[in-house]
Design a protein around this ligand. Structure first.
Ligand code: ADP
Length: 477
């Protein structure tokens, strides 16, 4: 349970390389989920950062399997007051050993690490990765049209090492011999900007919400990046406006990546093909706004509600299924039975695929808006809303409607100091999408709730605003 730092990186290699299983633990989860996960995984030794001492003590009260606790610090910083049994100091443990460890020869199909999904619905489920799947994933991630890792790079994974192995970057950076820069707990825009500049970062990786802070800092202080040329953005859809701003305002190319805990996580990236290179910038950005083509080793298809395969014509929208060498076969301890359908993993995402093989997520299936039996993709609507100069963040959710069952409702956080009315924002959609896709209303809020991995919690928004349009329709009647 730790931030991204050198001791955490040491554990990535030491734990898995010694034949044990590295279970990375998300400290932002709810206490009940933490207790469930530690018991389910039968964790034995918990390494943790002192900033999580409170969470660890609470967990210790509800767990029997963990016999040893190790604080990731040196002797001088060990806590004096705590309630943990068998607490060790990480640096003391290292000091007591020599460098002469005999690394065991491990079967490539044995387990190397374990991650749990965030459990937005139901209990979190474990995904156990093998040494083999991790190494294959790493080779694929480093390919030129995936993340283009190289010994010439200085790589900054802002994406946490406690979630989906930081998209494999701690492995990829070492495999290609890149310099690795780790941000610790300092993830605000100012700290990240200063780290990128002082360490000469060339490639960074994070979720859109983190980059919003970075761009906000750069914009308000009129700063530019002197070394960073690429950034990988994934975890949730990267807004078109962020792609444009990184490119046109800062000269940084966005590589959008899509994946999930169940796919190790890398599935697709939005790298260009040769034919795109000479297109105008706006068309570049449209390619980058797609989640991209499957990296070698991943196969994709989209299917309709009966499971029939749909064409790759950029129009047909269906459930996205994937298979490949680093896609799970079953959840840890077979939780929930076999998730596969004819050997394919149903991702729970809804997407279209164009003739060049670029996949574009339109929604998570549970977030789809079903208006009069037709689907409306909330991500398309959010992208348009976020390209309005007054909008900082937008979420589009399904609100109940007496005639159409559901209609899109836009929840918006305005940029500091910016003003826009609901009507002006709705007018902004005109000509950009089919008229019937236009949201029925806009609700302005001060913030949108985020989950443990920085994604918008649309379920919470739906709980709060699902009946918003019913009141409005009644008032208008
Ligand atoms: P959890 O499922 O635990 O929330 P994951 O990190 O495994 O966490 O989330 C995977 C999901 O995140 C995908 O199924 C997809 O819905 C979403 N996602 C990931 N990357 C993107 C992306 N680039 N664009 C849109 N959605 C994305």
């Amino acid at each position: 349970m730790a931030w991204n730092h050198h001791r955490h990186l040491e554990l990535y290699y030491a734990v898995s390389g010694s034949g044990a299983v590295l279970h990375t633990f998300n400290p932002r989860l709810h206490a009940d989920q933490m207790a469930y996960i530690a018991n389910h995984a039968n964790d034995q030794i918990l390494f943790f950062d002192l900033s999580f001492l409170t969470q660890v003590q609470a967990l210790a009260q509800r767990n029997q399997s963990i016999k040893t606790y190790v604080a990731l610090t040196d002797r001088a910083h060990m806590p004096e007051a705590h309630s943990l049994p068998n607490l060790h100091c990480y640096e003391d443990l290292l000091d007591a050993e020599t460098d002469g460890f005999q690394w065991p020869d491990l079967d490539e199909t044995s387990a190397s690490s374990l991650c749990y999904t965030s459990g937005t619905t139901g209990n979190p489920k474990g995904v156990l990765y093998s040494h083999r799947s991790t190494v294959l994933h790493c080779y694929a991630a480093a390919l030129p049209d995936a993340l283009l890792g190289s010994a010439k790079d200085t790589i900054l994974p802002v994406v946490p090492m406690f979630h989906v192995n930081a998209w494999g970057l701690p492995y990829m950076a070492c495999m290609v011999g890149a310099k690795l820069v780790l941000p610790g707990p300092w993830l605000d825009g100012k700290s990240l900007f200063e780290l990128i500049e002082s360490e000469g970062v060339t490639l960074s990786a994070g979720v859109p919400t983190v980059w919003q802070g970075l761009l906000g800092h750069a914009e308000s202080h009129r700063l530019g990046f002197s070394t960073m040329t690429r950034t990988i953005i994934g975890g949730s859809a990267c807004p078109l406006e962020m792609i444009r701003s990184f490119d046109e305002d800062y000269g940084v190319q966005v590589i959008q990546g899509w994946g999930m805990t169940e796919t190790s996580p890398l599935g697709t990236t939005s790298a260009f093909k040769g034919k795109h290179l000479h297109l105008p910038k706006a068309q570049h950005h449209a390619v980058q706004a797609k989640q991209g083509r499957g990296v070698f080793g991943i196969e994709m298809k989209i299917v309709d509600r009966e499971g029939a395969e749909l064409p790759w014509n950029d129009q047909s929208v269906g459930d996205l299924m994937v298979r490949g060498s680093w896609v799970l076969r079953a959840y840890f301890k077979d939780e929930g039975g076999s998730p596969l359908v004819d050997g394919w993993f149903p991702t729970g995402d809804v997407a279209r695929i164009d003739a060049d093989g670029y996949m574009q997520i339109t929604d998570r299936s549970k977030d789809v808006i079903k208006s009069g039996g037709e689907w409306i993709g909330s991500i398309d609507l959010e992208n348009i809303a976020m390209s309005h100069p007054a909008v900082a963040t937008a979420a589009c959710i399904a609100a109940r409607h007496p005639k159409w069952d559901e209609r899109p409702l836009l929840i918006v956080v305005k940029k500091t100091g910016a003003e826009v009315t609901a009507q002006a924002l709705l007018d902004f959609f005109e000509g950009k999408i089919a008229k019937w896709w236009t949201p029925d209303d806009v609700v302005f809020v001060s913030s949108i709730p985020l989950g443990a991995t920085g994604k918008m919690l649309k379920g919470e928004l739906r709980q709060q605003y699902a009946n918003h349009l019913l009141g409005e329709v009644a008032a208008n009647a």
